[in-house]
Ligand binder design. Sequence first.
Ligand SMILES: *Cc1c(COP(=O)(O)O)cnc(C)c1O
Length: 463
Amino acid sequence: MPLTKQRRRLPTPEVSYRLAEEAAATLPIHEIGDTGLDSETAYELITSELLLDGQARLNLATFVTTYMPAVAARLMAETADKNMIDKDEYPLTAEIEARCVSIISEMWNSPEHEQATGTSTTGSSEAAMLGGMALKWRWRERMRAAGKPTDRPNMVMGANVQVCWEKFCRYWEVEPRLVPMEGERFHLEAPEAVAHCDENTIGVVAILGSTFDGSYEPVKEIAAALDKLEEDTGCYVPIHVDAASGGFVAPVLQPDLEWDFRLDRVQSINASGHKYGLVYPGVGWAIWRNEEALPRDLVFDVNYLGGHMPTFALNFSRPGSEVVAQYYMFTTLGREGYHRVMQGAQNVATHISSAIADMGPYRLISEGRDLPVFAFALKPEVENYSVFDVSDRLRQRGWLVPAYSFPENRQDLSVLRVVVRAGMTMEMADFLLDHLAEQTKFLESLDSPMPSQDEEKRTAFAH
Ligand SMILES: *Cc1c(COP(=O)(O)O)cnc(C)c1O
């Protein structure tokens, strides 16, 4: 059974006079057709159906790249036939991957004397699985060496973690210790992180860029608190930083913020090349601070030009075009270009957030000063409508601004979230603000509450 629901057949739009007659009956929906359509017809019909998708650039819900320069898209199309795993056939693509690993580890301040080691992945989720496994393997080695049992591993993280960490824990049989939110603390902080650790903790995951509000977790403070724990109790707990979004933002916007390999306790970091790395989906990166941080028995050797190439991945085949596109973005933008793009996104984010704060009924949960991402809620006195109504009404104008409730302990808090990415201009921001002001005015004019929506829809959270 496919995991996606079977859909009703959509009415086929009339795409051209030539196609109008043949269109109605021919698109295969649930079964492959006996005969094929000619390629132009198939192209027309499929692209017409896809028009019913949302407009990617009006999607303020996603963190994932929705804009690349046209030449980058061309380069990706030209390299779509390269298989990343085929190091023998495509040694230059493999070389480009190694260059990217080196560029990224340098961005993350890998110390000169250490040899950072890493790989491209399909995204942060795969990178998280790899980072988590390395932590689990190393913990097991430490416990075995100490003659202690290895059957109860746990991992400490905030309740705001992205779902990939809960997946990691379930798939690899690690107890997830999710530190709940408390009051106005919406992410993991040092005292709570340490309080949840013990000798069975394989690691603490700190998030650079919480998906709930765009805030950075205080990695340096968490590291210092874990240093103290080790001094006091001898218990060593490493840190993995999930920098899915922040990995390409912090190095250019907050270069003095110490969250990366400058901190000894940070053993590995992941980021999504397809978020603020500025590449279309799916590419991610996993980097370890040195070879010791990545247990040898997790690494497989593949033949590579008669030699050997180490690989650590869950997937085998995947597109080489993603890695080539990442290298292209590094090459064409440089550090200065990444700074320009991120600063532009941040200016737009803070422009929107401050205008929203001035609108009246809203209060900001964050401003967009860490990631160019912020969340806002309705003030308690607003009773006739909810953030879910605001989200619905913005959708009528094409904007996708998700509304969702916070997790355990703060389920009473529902917010809207705006993710500003490359490609969102100040002009677009002003249109969004106009539309929001217009819809808010309507909602404010209601004499009685909006009919409530079904619960399932209200609590859905889109990462
Ligand atoms: C997006 C995100 C992920 C998952 O990343 P993918 O690249 O989509 O697999 C993990 N963690 C955080 C913090 C994220 O923002």
